[in-house]
Design a protein around this ligand. Structure first.
Ligand SMILES: [Zn+2]
Length: 77
């Protein structure tokens, strides 16, 4: 399970943020796309029930690595 936090997005409106699953590359399916020599520290807004999120930076690295195949970000989780 990855770290989450509640953030006030607008006055009175709270959203759940989750740290990118590449914050722990060894537990991430996409750990090889984490930033070089370090863990990712990006937080993303998630919906209720989300168990993992891959931030847009890591998603981009993964997509680039896969070349021209079309992959939706959801399929990376
Ligand atoms: Zn990331």
């Amino acid at each position: 399970m990855f770290k989450t936090k509640k953030v006030e997005k607008k006055k009175g409106i709270f959203v759940t943020m989750m740290i990118c699953q590449n914050s722990n590359p060894s537990e991430s399916k996409w750990g090889k796309y984490s930033p070089e020599d370090s863990a990712c520290e990006n937080w993303c807004e998630v919906g209720a029930g989300a168990v993992a999120i891959l931030c847009s930076d890591c998603t981009q690295r993964a997509l680039q690595n896969m070349g021209s195949k079309t992959v939706s970000p959801d399929s990376l989780l």
